[in-house]
Design a protein around this ligand. Structure first.
Ligand code: ADP
Ligand code: MG
Length: 627
């Protein structure tokens, strides 16, 4: 290769320069992964060559073996990784390794700052190639695109702030990465070390990786083996190489079927949501193969969207090779595979729930949100997702239970499944709506996740039992036999109570739709119920989440005639000296309810009123103590 002294150095973008500075000071133990990244790029390039070959007869070196070669020269302190993949043109070289496509560098640096480990994340931001500068003084990438008349070019950089491009001689298609190892990275010129790293990080790459003369990787398409022959550890190792996740997966499902559509698939549920998934992963979807040829990197049509956290591969000889270009929804084969995968996955999750509750709990905590999304959105598939749902309830605050457990212990005479919607566990636990349910020993589901309001829209009925919101003013509750007769309190007379209701109406004005006596309250002085019926009422909560300026319609205020606080207010009502106190108390009771319903935008505004109430209460008791 002759150097062209005319070749102008080009500048890396600032964030790439910063990335390179960090990489050149990386820890020794993180360095091994540079090889994984180079192999991963070579493997991508080979997959693309393989795919292109299916439709393009006119490729350079159409017969070349699809393989990766790693050669080390101990004396020279160099290392070469080459592939017979798709190669790059001059412009692609600049775009891919140079200046343009590196929005990922920024995101990578940020994630690094947040304390993620470099070797866990480097592959996920489209900057994996630069990992080579952890071990290299200088790197030369010589490449020739698969197009017959493509010219070869060499990209050269010392990992500082610039790179150069010079024309090159290269007979064959593909890419060669030549690395001049740093003084302290000479260990990577050892064949034994290289083989070890290949086995560790790249064992399942589906092309042979030659280290010197011998193939170092296993290259099994694990999904095409009979499940009985695959070891648990193989599944885990394959998952880690597939996703670059450092944790073991929570669950895998190996799906094999011959008719009516051929399917070989391994699906995984990642153990947690923290790392790879959302921030960093550019795209979700399953890897789609046809007879081991990778057709699509991120196919989104093979599972419903709410299963977008699932990782894995699907291989089917029946899939058309132009699947990426076709409107896939209309493809019947894909539709069939999708139904099969979905149902196997749901079944595997149900089994996990039945057999390993602890692991299922981890699943639910990480991914339960997506199942709720599925219940809310997948009308046809709703029923088999229901067994996957878990809830906290008034009788099970610490442990999550399934709907079937709720139904199994419903009270005699109880025909509905009760739920309460709210913004947090703390507020629903204190809700006055629960008075009557506690008194009658009835269990209530806590729905406190924003998604719950959506989900409950499609949960109108389960196993023939309707769902009922506890704030429904017309609910008829089955009476528990054990309920004690109410201790007889001195009744608040109708006239006095009527006057108090008038006072409430006057103070609250059109902030309430109506004020009336409650038939159900026990320990709480009052509650707010909606004037609207069922689904419409729950929709208000949904709209409040979605529409910035949505105002919940005024509610009905129900008052507990037997509550001591209400009795005292009725007594004070009409005494001119207590006017201010009564009004303040009514305001405060009302806002307490808004707070519990999650309808109070600025709770802090309560503070002056509470203070004033405290002053009046303390001064009253100070006076009575004096006297
Ligand atoms: P990523 O692989 O995530 O895209 P990298 O930094 O590893 O990010 O690589 C950047 C790009 O450089 C790749 O997307 C690819 O287009 C190109 N590239 C790297 N190595 C090769 C190779 N061996 N053959 C062809 N293209 C390559
Ligand atoms: Mg890469």
């Amino acid at each position: 290769m002759t150097e062209d002294p005319q070749a102008q150095p080009m500048e890396f973008k600032a964030e790439v320069q910063q990335l390179l500075r960090i990489l050149s000071h990386s820890l020794y133990k993180e360095r091994d992964i540079f090889l994984r990244e180079l192999i991963s790029n070579a493997s991508d390039a080979l997959h693309r060559a393989q795919f292109t070959m299916l439709t393009n007869q006119d490729m350079l070196d159409a017969d070349a073996e699809l393989a990766i070669h790693i050669e080390a020269d101990k004396d020279a302190g160099t290392l070469t990784v080459s592939d017979s993949g798709i190669g790059m043109t001059h412009d692609e070289l600049i775009e891919n390794l140079g200046t343009i496509a590196h929005s990922g560098a920024m995101a990578f640096l940020q994630t690094l700052e947040e304390g993620q480990k470099l070797d866990d994340i480097i592959g996920q931001f489209g900057v994996g190639f630069y990992a080579v500068f952890m071990v290299a003084d200088e790197v030369r990438v010589t490449t020739r695109s698969y197009q017959q008349d493509a010219e070869a070019w060499t990209w050269i950089s010392a990992g500082d702030s610039t790179y150069r491009l010079i024309p090159a001689e290269k007979e064959h298609r593909g890419t060669t990465v030549e690395i001049r190892l740093k003084e302290d990275a000479k260990e990577y010129a050892s064949t034994w070390r290289l083989e070890q790293i290949v086995k560790m990080h790249s064992n399942y790459v589906s092309f042979p990786i030659y280290v010197g003369e011998t193939v170092a990787n296993q290259q099994t398409a694990i999904w095409r083996q009979p499940p009985s022959q695959v070891q648990e550890d193989d599944y885990k190792a394959f998952y880690k190489q597939l996703t670059m996740d450092v944790e073991d997966p929570l669950l895998h499902a190996h799906i094999v079927s011959d008719a009516p559509v051929e399917i070989h698939s391994v699906l995984y549920i990642p153990a947690s949501r923290d790392q790879s998934m959302f921030r960093s992963r550019p795209d979700y979807g399953l890897k789609l193969y046809s007879r081991k040829v990778l057709i699509q990197e991120h196919n989104k049509e093979l599972l419903p969207e709410y299963f977008r956290f699932v990782e894995g591969v699907v291989d089917s000889a029946d899939v058309p090779l132009n699947v990426a270009r076709e409107t896939v929804q209309s493809n019947r084969t894909i539709g069939h595979i999708k139904r099969a995968l979905r149902s196997r996955l749901v079944k595997a999750l149900q089994e996990l729930g039945d057999e390993k509750p602890d692991e299922y709990k981890r699943f639910w905590e990480a991914w339960g949100l997506f199942i709720k999304e599925g219940v809310a959105s997948d009308f046809a598939g709703r029923d088999d997702l229901l067994p996957l749902l878990r809830f906290q309830t008034t009788k099970s605050e610490d442990e999550l239970i399934a709907l079937s457990a709720y139904v199994a212990r419903m009270k005699e005479g109880q025909s509905s499944i009760y739920y309460i919607l709210g913004d947090s566990l703390q507020s629903v636990q204190r809700s006055p709506h629960l008075d009557a349910f506690r008194a009658n020993d009835l269990e209530v589901l806590y729905l406190v996740d924003p998604l719950d309001a959506f989900m409950v829209q499609s949960l109108r009925e389960i196993e023939g039992k309707p769902l009922a919101n506890v704030d429904d003013p017309d609910l008829e509750l089955p009476k528990a036999d054990s309920v004690e007769a109410e201790p007889s309190e001195p009744e608040l007379g109708p006239e006095q109570f009527g006057k108090l209701i008038v006072r409430f109406r006057k103070v609250l004005g059109d902030r309430v739709a109506e004020v009336k006596e409650s038939k159900v309250l026990k320990g709480s002085p009052c509650r707010l119920v909606s004037a609207e019926s069922g689904p419409e009422r729950d929709m208000q909560r949904v709209r409040r989440l979605l529409e910035e300026n949505y105002e919940t319609p005024a509610k009905i205020l129900e008052i507990n005639r037997g509550h001591p606080l209400i009795r005292d207010l009725a007594t004070l009502n009409g005494r001119p000296s207590a006017d201010a106190l009564v009004d303040l108390s009514i305001e405060q009771l009302f806002e307490n309810l808004l707070l519990l319903e999650g309808l109070l935008p600025n709770p802090a505004e309560m503070v002056p009123r509470i203070q004033s109430l405290l002053e009046q209460a303390t001064s009253a008791s100070a006076k009575s103590a004096d006297g």
